[in-house]
Design a binder for this molecule. Structure first.
Ligand SMILES: [Zn+2]
Length: 155
């Protein structure tokens, strides 16, 4: 049996598709607790692995190293140190901040992993690795990671 594969002799038509999708996903039991604590109590929670004792923020259901299920929640102060950052100057329609803005990895005290979030109340030309930060929560919180408006230098 032979297959007739049509030859493409013409230039293909290229269509530019601009896509914007709105959809809802469940954040799961672990994500729900994490976001509810931020929304209701302005508390950032980590979750601790029973085997290697690492504390993950944002939390996840299983330790990626031990594969153990994690269920021990740890309330963090929310304060931490900046370990990395970038300045975003190119606007993207889905990003909630106006450019230019800074986006960083914050190592919260008591956590073993870094958490990505916006930096605010900072001079974009004078951000230093290691600067101490604390979260600024929105007044109206809805159960989103953006209930943390940004992290600012802590006094
Ligand atoms: Zn572990």
């Amino acid at each position: 049996m032979s297959h007739n594969i049509p030859e493409i002799s013409e230039e293909p038509v290229i269509a530019e598709v601009v896509s914007h999708s709105n959809f809802q996903v469940s954040v799961g039991a672990t994500g729900t607790k994490f976001l509810k604590e931020i929304r209701d109590n302005k508390t950032i929670m980590g979750i601790k692995c029973p085997s290697c004792k690492k504390v993950y923020v944002p939390p996840r259901s299983h330790c990626p190293i031990c594969f153990d299920r994690m269920s021990e929640w740890v309330a963090l102060s929310g304060k931490g140190s900046l370990t990395s950052y970038t300045i975003v100057r190119y606007p993207e329609p889905y990003m909630p901040k106006k450019t230019p803005y800074a986006y960083g990895i914050i190592q919260l005290d008591g956590a073993d992993t870094g958490m990505a979030h916006f930096l605010g109340e900072v001079d974009l030309d004078k951000i230093e690795i290691g600067v101490r930060l604390e979260p600024v929560f929105k007044e109206e919180r809805e159960g989103s990671i953006l209930d943390i408006d940004y992290f600012k230098p802590s006094s």
